[in-house]
Unconditional design. Structure first.
Length: 238
């Protein structure tokens, strides 16, 4: 794993361990909830950067990197719904996949049955965004390997959340005399939210073409990977 120093709400750095090929993050106890808004954006950058690399399929039995005991599979509830991770029963921390981290931060939603059926007309199989295993859209409503639901990145929600994170990070790091910049940022965010709300119900352009292209090239498409490439690229490449 690669150790990455990230800022917390109070400015004190914490060292987060990330494995790009396995698409997982190790958080010591309480590190995930202590990340500053800017650090959450930095994590999105790293998830985005890992999209073109190789992908290892995640095991269902994983050992704690601190005490070597078997991690317990755990489901928790965030504002946007349920997410899962592997937890050390001795309290050392937790291992969470990239997609479950995005779900915890409310940027991922599960597809409804009618959406899965619509996708299955043109694409028969995709890759699980959580563990990397194959999913048949014709027969499965969730990954048969890890149980994760078929998920997609909510483009409008991501845009709104990143705007909010950026505004909060500006507020956290800006001195009082410079709050005018925050007001300007808020006005810009409001305008962008209005544009997003107008197009929130529109289907993501190019999804079927992208999935079909992936299938024709002999690889399994990843719906969250597509969402990251489209919804986040403009932000994360800056």
């Amino acid at each position: 794993m690669e150790s990455v120093a990230l800022a917390t709400h109070i400015g004190t750095p914490v060292d987060i361990d990330i494995c790009g090929p396995c698409h997982v993050i190790w958080f010591d106890h309480m590190e995930s909830t202590s990340l500053s808004p800017g650090s959450v954006i930095e994590m999105f950058k790293r998830v985005h950067a890992a999209r073109d690399g190789g992908r290892n399929m995640l095991k269902l039995v994983v050992a704690c990197p601190r005490c070597a005991t078997t991690l317990a599979s755990t489901t928790d509830l965030a504002k946007g719904g349920r997410f899962s991770y592997f937890r050390c029963t001795s309290g050392h921390g937790r291992l969470i996949s990239f997609v479950q981290f995005l779900r915890e931060k409310n940027f991922i939603r599960s597809l409804q049955p009618h959406e899965i059926f619509a996708l299955s007309v043109g694409v028969k199989q995709i890759r699980c965004s959580s563990c990397g295993g194959p999913i048949s859209l014709e027969t499965d409503n969730a990954c048969t390997h890890c149980g994760a639901p078929i998920s997609v990145l909510d483009e409008a929600a991501v845009e709104r959340a990143l705007l909010a994170l950026q505004a909060r990070e500006t507020q956290r790091t800006t001195l009082e005399p410079a709050r005018m910049n925050e007001a300007l940022l808020t006005n810009e965010a409001s305008a962008r939210r209005a544009r997003l709300n107008q197009g929130a119900q529109q289907p993501q352009p190019g999804l079927m073409e992208w999935l079909s292209d992936a299938s024709s090239n002999g690889r399994l498409a990843d719906l969250v990977e597509f969402g990251i490439s489209t919804a986040l690229a403009g932000w994360l490449d800056d």
